[in-house]
Design a protein around this ligand. Structure first.
Ligand SMILES: *[C@@H]1O[C@H](CO)[C@@H](O)[C@H](O)[C@H]1NC(C)=O
Ligand SMILES: *[C@@H]1O[C@H](CO)[C@@H](O)[C@H](O)[C@H]1NC(C)=O
Ligand SMILES: *[C@@H]1O[C@H](CO)[C@@H](O)[C@H](O)[C@H]1NC(C)=O
Ligand SMILES: *[C@@H]1O[C@H](CO)[C@@H](O)[C@H](O)[C@H]1NC(C)=O
Length: 477
């Protein structure tokens, strides 16, 4: 919904490429095997690996150790223009474990929140690859995506996220001559917030107009942003969870596109190329406060399996996206998604459909940016073009993650349907406080499976008990 990743400032005694490639540190992608499934069974994709996003990497003068970027500022001696700064600077290889707290073991990926190496790193974002130089592309239509996740070490304010964005398969290497690094070095990121904190976009630096973030020592924003369609499968911590499609009217039905000014959703949040809010399904926000959390129906103290199904109108990968279904498997039980629980306001439903999105926006009084950007069917066209899998851990300098796990907006009446999203206090989620109080926070994603509907999980189906109405639901009738 609102994403502003924490970036690391590196001044390592090693070298790399900015949009050139540096070679002081060898880039060795951690292996992350996953499985592709049909009704006949699953096969392991042992060539899977992950790469670190370029924004976290050391950027230095090609050929020596001088930083092109440090903390939240470009080196104005070295970088005098966007194109010159791309041709002069290089991104380097990453030391995944020691510098970034990123490790894999078997089919599991662990992302740590704070890593204190030679420099302090906060958060990370990685992409699944299918070769050394190409991202793994997924078409989710008429398919199901499944993974296990351990959120037990994610307190209020943190987000262990798994999502898809319509990035280019090669990270923009072939499209933009200034980009010599490509997917191997994690280039080409974009999402539905049209982030402007990205250091290199379209093979050029984002140094023109760059201003340091007022409170984040590792981030800033340049003149350009980078937009594309985004499907959030999982934005969650141990308190709350949401899944959310975000369509964009960029080229190619939601493909990566550089934006500037109002195109990047500012100052008018809803006047840009993308839908920044999405159509979210958060069980707590939808009125079931017993469903997800510590000791709840879906118990966040233990590992869980998360299944997401992309249903099309004609059960074909070329059909129109009409529904995004969710279910969980935990302790051998298949747990259906929670139902909306505001009688008279929202028809009880446990999945994302156009009707659910229309009803929710109306009932909660939210801006219909999702519908304006083309809704579920447009999200489906974006997915059909192929998306890249993103895994990340982040804290939120823009809104303290309160949109996910607390009352938001903080000054709204929490009794009003749609305002309460979780049990976190409205003063929680300050990123700097989290870095001090929860440096050991982490998320573990494992056992990734992709395939035909119904082929990636098994268990004994259960039915959910009737749950009490949330405060305010009566008034809503
Ligand atoms: C690195 O290279 C730049 C550009 O060639 C040069 O200005 C700078 O003095 C060099 N720095 C070092 C430490 O060699
Ligand atoms: C900026 O680049 C110059 C070389 O042109 C170098 O001497 C200086 O140390 C760099 N600044 C930082 C903060 O790395
Ligand atoms: C798609 O599959 C579902 C479940 O198997 C079935 O109920 C439905 O009728 C099918 N729809 C079409 C258009 O074939
Ligand atoms: C499914 O529907 C789409 C349009 O919604 C159509 O283009 C496609 O050919 C259909 N596929 C099959 C297998 O019926």
């Amino acid at each position: 919904m609102l994403r502003s990743p924490l970036l690391v400032s590196l001044s390592l005694a090693a070298a790399s490429l900015a949009q050139q490639v540096g070679d002081y540190a060898t880039e060795a992608h951690p292996r992350l095997p996953w499985q592709e499934c049909t009704s006949g069974g699953c096969t392991t994709k042992s060539s899977g690996s992950v790469t670190l996003d370029a924004n976290w990497r050391w950027v230095h003068v090609t050929g020596n150790y001088t930083n092109c970027y440090t903390g939240n500022a470009w080196n104005s001696t070295v970088c005098t223009s966007n194109s010159q700064c791309a041709s002069r600077c290089a991104l380097d290889g990453a030391n995944y474990q020691e510098t970034y707290g990123i490790t894999t073991s078997g089919d599991a990926l662990t992302l740590k929140f704070v890593t204190q190496g030679q420099n302090k790193n906060v958060g990370s974002r990685v992409y699944l690859m299918n070769s050394e130089s190409k991202y793994q592309m997924f078409n989710l239509l008429n398919k199901e995506f499944t993974f296990d996740v351990d959120v037990s070490k994610l307190p209020c304010g943190l987000n262990g996220a798994l999502y898809f964005v319509q990035m280019d398969e090669d990270g923009g290497l072939s499209k933009y001559p200034g980009n010599k690094a490509g997917a191997k070095y994690g280039t080409g990121y974009c999402d539905s917030q049209c982030p402007r904190d990205i250091k290199y976009i379209n093979g050029e630096a984002n140094v023109d107009g760059w201003t340091a973030h007022p409170s984040d020592v590792n981030a800033g924003a340049g003149r350009y942003g980078t937009c594309c369609g985004e499907m959030d499968i999982w934005e969650a911590n141990s308190i709350s969870t949401a899944y959310t499609p975000h369509p964009c009217k960029t080229e190619n039905d939601g493909g990566q596109q550089r934006c500037t000014g109002q195109e990047c959703n500012t100052p008018d949040r809803y006047g840009g190329l993308c839908d920044p809010d999405g159509c979210d399904f958060n069980p707590f926000r939808q009125g079931d406060r017993t469903y997800y959390g510590n000791g709840r129906t879906v118990d966040t103290t233990k590992k869980m399996t998360v299944v997401t199904q992309f249903i099309t109108n004609n059960n074909s990968t070329t059909g129109t996206l009409v529904e995004i279904r969710r279910l969980y498997v935990q302790d051998g039980k298949v747990i259906p998604n929670s139902k909306t629980n505001f009688p008279g306001l929202l028809d009880p439903t446990d999945s994302i459909t156009e009707k659910f999105c229309n009803d929710q926006k109306r009932a909660f009084g939210d801006h219909p940016s999702f519908q304006i950007q083309g809704g579920l069917s447009h999200m489906g066209r974006s997915l059909s073009k192929g998306h890249v899998l993103v895994l990340s851990i982040w804290a939120d300098y823009a809104a303290n993650m309160l949109w996910l796990d607390s009352t938001y907006p903080v000054d709204a009446d929490p009794i009003k349907p749609g305002i309460a999203r979780g049990t976190c206090p409205s003063n929680s989620g300050n990123p700097r406080t989290l870095e001090i109080d929860h440096p050991d926070a982490q998320v573990i994603f494992s056992n990734i499976k992709f395939g035909d509907i119904g082929s990636t999980y098994s268990g004994t189906p259960i039915t959910l008990p009737q749950v009490p109405l949330p405060p305010g639901a009566r008034g809503a009738v």
